[in-house]
Design a protein around this ligand. Structure first.
Ligand code: GDP
Length: 486
């Protein structure tokens, strides 16, 4: 039995109008031909679609030996009425002969079709195996393979665009040009080793330095783009904190009312962590642990410092609510001093500004200058944004949204290519370190042998992103995160 042809359900596992099973490998046409009744698929033109039936030919033969070719009337053995698309190598997703079977989208039918394909010589694909074959067959590089997973996982405009740019080869093309130049220098340095006795210098050290500087700049700016890329890909975590009755749940409701609210489980967290996601200008803001907020308006929920700190630890933005009608806000100031940190964007909102000014309270002062004074003199950090809002009357909520959006905008770098992948980020950091080592080696007039060694090391790290240098463990790790059929 040929184990080289793989099959899997390519569409989501569930009921749908249509499901698609993908088959790839050198026996694809022969195997599907054995179970397809309609046309001889080995004789049809590539990239064509054919109508027919998937039949369980074995069952047919054993019960009715006189029919060497299954007959459509033998309905018991017809599994489904299908459309079959035929793609001949090499212009296919995997660069191998491939077939896609579109069937009526029932999980039961999918299983039956997979069963007959396997009975006839295909095997179930492993997670990500189709994309892995596209990579192994040189049709895409590793970063493009990863971008396919990102594209499928993209939940908003910004992450879709970044993944698509990556799929077109964004990061690899930027790096492979510079890597190619470095490879040329490395070859020259290695050539010098062959002529060690003669003390020649084939590789112009100052030109090499100039190239290393260009590489250093490029790598540094790609590394810098990761914070933005990460915000786009995973969303920005926002913690809404404030004393009971400060107006947190009212604000949450007001923010989510206009924008499409999605309640989702986040990968990597426990299933009972529910997050609300706010979409602003195509960016996702994940409001941390707001599960109870919407319902607990009258239940006095005591948020201790520890719990608040836990929430804020994960966040990039803190929205802290202070009731504008309070007089003494020393509790809030104490809490804020515990929570604020230099890498946390802090937005302090004086809430409920719609309440009629009451002389007994600081709200008697429409500018809230008393509260502002307490804040400014009490807080140990001066880097915060102050807004005066009313969630109930939707006043100045736009300012809050603008502040949230500007956080993402400010992360943007001048770089066209944006890094979104942790593996690329780490490879870039290692590349930058090794480029710096090569530079140091040159300036110290290090032995050619050691220089060649450092150069090889740098080339390896640069090659990790596109997969030119990789190992089975890394590949296994990347593709096992894909789902089966991808
Ligand atoms: P939480 O405990 O921080 O979630 O506070 P809530 O959102 O439950 O609000 C507490 C009380 O303040 C409720 O009675 C709200 O209706 C009221 N409230 C919240 N925001 C505003 C506001 O902007 N203006 C006014 N006037 N009342 C508000």
């Amino acid at each position: 039995m040929n184990q080289n042809t793989i099959c899997a359900l390519a569409t989501a596992n569930g009921v749908g109008a249509i499901g698609i099973i993908r088959v790839s490998g050198d026996q694809s046409f022969e195997i599907v031909n054995k179970v397809f009744q309609g046309k001889d698929l080995t004789k049809v033109a590539t990239h064509t679609v054919h109508y027919g039936y998937i039949v369980d030919a074995d069952a047919e033969k054993s019960e009715n030996q006189s029919h060497s070719v299954p007959h459509p009337d033998a309905e018991n053995h017809v599994i489904d009425e299908v459309m079959v698309s035929v793609f001949k190598a090499p212009k296919t997703f995997t660069a191998e002969d491939s077939v896609e079977i579109s069937f009526h989208g029932s999980p039961h039918i999918a299983n039956k079709i997979l069963e007959v394909l396997i009975k006839n010589g295909a095997r179930m694909a492993k997670a990500g195996e189709f994309t892995m074959r596209a990579f192994m067959n040189g049709r895409i590089d590793l970063s493009q393979a990863e971008s396919i997973a990102d594209l499928i996982a993209s939940e908003n405009e910004a992450s879709r665009k970044l993944a698509l740019n990556q799929l077109k080869g964004g990061i690899s093309s930027e790096i492979s040009l510079l890597r190619g130049d470095l490879l040329n220098f490395t070859s020259l340095v290695e050539l010098e080793l062959d002529f060690a006795e003669e003390d020649v210098e084939f590789a112009d050290r100052s030109a090499m330095n100039a190239l290393l500087n260009r590489l250093e700049n490029k790598l540094a700016s790609l590394i810098e783009s990761f914070q933005y890329g990460n915000a786009i890909k995973n969303g920005v975590e926002v913690a809404i904190i404030g004393k009971p009755n400060a107006g947190k749940s009212t604000l949450l409701n007001a923010l989510l009312k206009e924008e499409r609210a999605i309640v989702s489980d986040i990968a990597g967290t426990t299933r009972d962590t529910i997050e609300e996601v706010l979409h602003l200008n195509g960016n996702a803001f994940r409001l941390i642990d707001t599960a109870g907020l919407r319902e607990t308006s009258d239940e006095i929920e005591k948020i201790g410092v520890v719990k608040a700190k836990e929430k804020v630890a994960k966040a990039s933005i803190l929205v802290y609510l202070v009731d504008a009608n309070s007089t003494d806000i020393s509790d809030d100031i104490q809490m804020l001093n515990e929570l604020m940190r230099p890498d946390l964007k802090t937005i302090i909102c004086l809430t409920k500004i719609d309440k009629a000014p009451d002389a007994a309270h600081s709200a008697g002062d429409p500018e809230y200058s008393g509260l502002l004074h307490q804040l400014r003199s009490g807080l140990s950090f001066s880097d915060f944004k102050l807004l005066k809002i009313s969630a109930l009357e939707n006043r100045n909520l736009q300012q809050l949204k603008t502040e949230l959006s500007s956080y993402v905008e400010n992360l943007k770098t001048g770089e066209n290519t944006v890094i979104t992948n942790q593996r690329h980020y780490e490879a870039l950091q290692k590349s930058l370190e090794s480029v710096n080592r090569v530079k140091a080696a040159i300036s110290q007039g290090i032995q050619t042998e050691l220089l060649a060694y450092e150069l090889r090391y740098a080339l390896e790290h640069l090659g990790e992103i596109s997969g030119e240098f990789t190992n089975d463990e890394v590949l296994g790790n990347i593709f096992s995160k894909f789902c089966i059929g991808k």
